[in-house]
Design a protein around this ligand. Structure first.
Ligand SMILES: CC(C)(COP(=O)(O)OP(=O)(O)OC[C@H]1O[C@@H](n2cnc3c(N)ncnc32)[C@H](O)[C@@H]1OP(=O)(O)O)[C@@H](O)C(=O)NCCC(=O)NCCS
Length: 286
């Protein structure tokens, strides 16, 4: 009986990495059907990100909106875990590539990656909004129901709240650009409306507001532009890689070796297992 390996055909091997993204032949590099030599010098980096992910070139208006979201996400300084870890890694002798990888590996549901769940949240609301011209009251009603459902799983809604900023300074300019894009019929505006409704619902009866953060504001943009939810996180990762690389490079140039999270003169609190008061220091949820 023939060994399975011997029946593998040349076509099966070629199909193993079948892709509609790039065609590479001797002397040929095509990205989504566009010869790379035509893209070089004519297409901006943002347009090529779109082309690679979507298969077509965006309009200038779509590019501008997507790039605004990318620009908003590039950096949040060394307080951001993604940046701090990249900087610490850069002092350990492992090279820039490891520093960048470690930095972006921290981006998840709570830090930087919440855009993915936020798109899912907004999509759920949009799917339940009555067809036709829904009133603000109807959208608010649906948002309240969906928020209640989500909060049965976790009281933290993705894309809302910020540890540093009472109002995330990236929120208003991003939402303002979406408003303009809606007016110019570049995008439909349903996700923006849903996000604003969630914000209203979430802040009912609160004295300290929980406004949209960068993850929600960029999630609105990515959803309005038609990106699937996981790509909201993917695009955030792409954007934050810029800040992660820049900080890792700066740290490299400063020449420090083995930088820890706090100066060595400050010792982390030791929790004595025999000390009943130790529990008071234990971290709660973060
Ligand atoms: C970013 C985050 C960790 C900051 O948390 P924090 O400032 O430490 O806030 P706390 O956990 O102390 O919460 C303070 C209050 O705001 C509420 N809150 C904070 N973020 C909330 C959210 N996303 N959804 C609902 N309620 C939220 C808390 O329930 C708490 O309410 P209380 O005063 O009634 O007890 C938190 O807002 C969060 O997890 N957000 C969702 C994930 C996200 O979007 N991450 C991206 C951050 S840029």
């Amino acid at each position: 009986m023939a060994d399975e390996r011997s029946t593998t055909t040349r076509d099966e091997v070629a199909d193993w990495w079948a892709t509609s993204i790039s065609r590479i032949e001797p002397g040929v590099i095509e990205l989504r059907g566009h010869p790379v030599q035509e893209l070089i010098g004519s297409a901006g980096f943002g347009s090529v990100i779109w082309l690679m992910l979507r298969g077509d070139l965006p309009s200038p208006e779509q590019t501008a909106l997507m790039e605004a979201a990318l620009v908003a996400s590039v950096d949040h300084g060394p307080h951001a875990p993604s940046i701090a870890v990249a900087r610490m890694t850069a002092t350990c002798g492992v090279g820039l590539n490891s520093a960048v990888a470690n930095g972006i590996n921290l981006l998840g549901d709570v830090h930087g990656g919440a855009g993915q769940q936020c798109v899912e949240l907004l999509t759920e609301i949009c799917a339940e909004v009555p067809a036709g011209d829904a009133t603000d009251e109807q959208v608010l009603g649906v948002a309240a129901e969906v928020v209640a459902r989500w909060q049965q799983r976790s009281r933290y809604l993705p894309g809302f709240g910020h540890r540093f900023h009472p109002v995330d300074p990236r929120r208003d300019p991003l939402l303002g650009l979406v408003d303009v894009a809606v007016d110019n019929e570049v995008v439909g505006g349903q996700y923006l409306r849903a996000a604003r409704a969630v914000e209203i619902v979430l802040n009912r009866g609160r004295s300290t507001p929980i406004p949209m953060n960068v993850d929600a504001a960029t999630a609105v943009i990515y959803a309005e532009l038609g990106f699937p939810a996981p790509l909201a996180r993917g695009l955030f990762v792409l954007a934050r890689a810029v800040g992660v690389l820049t900080h890792a490079w700066e740290e490299t140039q400063q020449g420090r070796r083995i930088k820890g999270p706090i100066p060595p003169s400050i010792r982390p609190t030791f929790l004595d297992p025999g000390d009943e008061a130790a529990g008071a220091h234990a971290p709660t949820e973060s």
